[in-house]
Design a protein around this ligand. Structure first.
Ligand code: ZN
Length: 247
């Protein structure tokens, strides 16, 4: 089948990987390695403004919560952060910010960082530049409207983002933040599994991915917070952990 072979050779690596991803898209939620995001869509290719961990010296790490604000769950996470005197970074969905502006404002008022996680959580890797820009811009506007804060970090849903799409984020002043510890709390494996996965994988410089989306994560945070403190980690929000990408 010479034609097939020629096409195969001409196919760019990324296009091939994307085809693989599309072929598998219906199978399951994305499966991430314990210590890094899935690389199948090329999202971990080198880009100076993509990060998946912070400084490894000292004992700091970052707690991040995606997919909120979620009434009924985010309040519980905030209460435990306050109880343990910790600060986190919340990667917010713009449409949920518009639905719960007071809860969004409370996140900022309690000293946490807010960041951009798109307007309605699409897979950006397959979208046009204009559509990606709309997802990011609308979310910036929603967060600014609710809190007065302009986010400087963005996290692509599912980690699905192409290297060249980084310039769209950069034009909006957004660095692209991945993660290094993924307990897969979105699959609801149980609060004790979530906590033990986080505690066994955390190390200095880790960026821990959690979701203020399901009650299991809220159930897990007291054990996560007390366990990190016992291990002498200092959880810090992005502004003091990795700073701003374009400052
Ligand atoms: Zn998400």
């Amino acid at each position: 089948m010479p034609l097939l072979v020629i096409k195969w050779n001409l196919m760019r690596r990324n296009d091939f990987l994307r085809l693989l991803t599309l072929a598998g898209a219906g199978l399951a939620t994305p499966s991430f390695a314990q210590n890094g995001p899935n690389t199948i869509e090329g999202e971990s290719e080198v880009n100076p403004h993509f990060i998946n961990s912070g400084p490894g010296f000292g004992n700091r790490l970052a707690l991040t919560f995606d997919d909120g604000p979620t009434p009924g769950v985010t309040e519980r996470v905030l209460a435990d952060l306050s109880k343990y005197n910790l600060h986190a970074t919340f990667f917010l969905i713009g449409s949920k910010v518009d639905a719960s502006p007071a809860l969004t404002r409370r996140i900022v008022e309690e000293g946490h960082d807010v960041a951009n996680h798109t307007y309605n959580h699409p897979r950006l890797a397959g979208m046009s530049d204009n559509a990606v820009d709309q997802q990011l811009s609308k979310t910036q506007e929603a967060i600014i409207r609710a809190t007065g804060v302009t986010p400087v970090w963005f996290r692509p849903p599912y980690g699905a983002f192409r290297r060249e799409q980084g310039s769209i984020a950069a034009k909006l002043g957004l660095g692209v933040a991945y993660w290094s510890v993924d307990p897969k709390d979105w699959s609801q494996p149980g609060a004790s599994a979530i906590a033990s996965r986080v505690l066994s994988a955390s190390q200095p410089g880790s960026i821990i991915l959690l979701h203020d989306l399901h009650s299991q994560t809220a159930d897990a945070v007291p054990a996560i917070f007390s366990g990190l403190i016992e291990r002498a980690f200092t959880p810090a929000p992005f502004h003091s952990f990795v700073g701003a990408p374009y400052a």
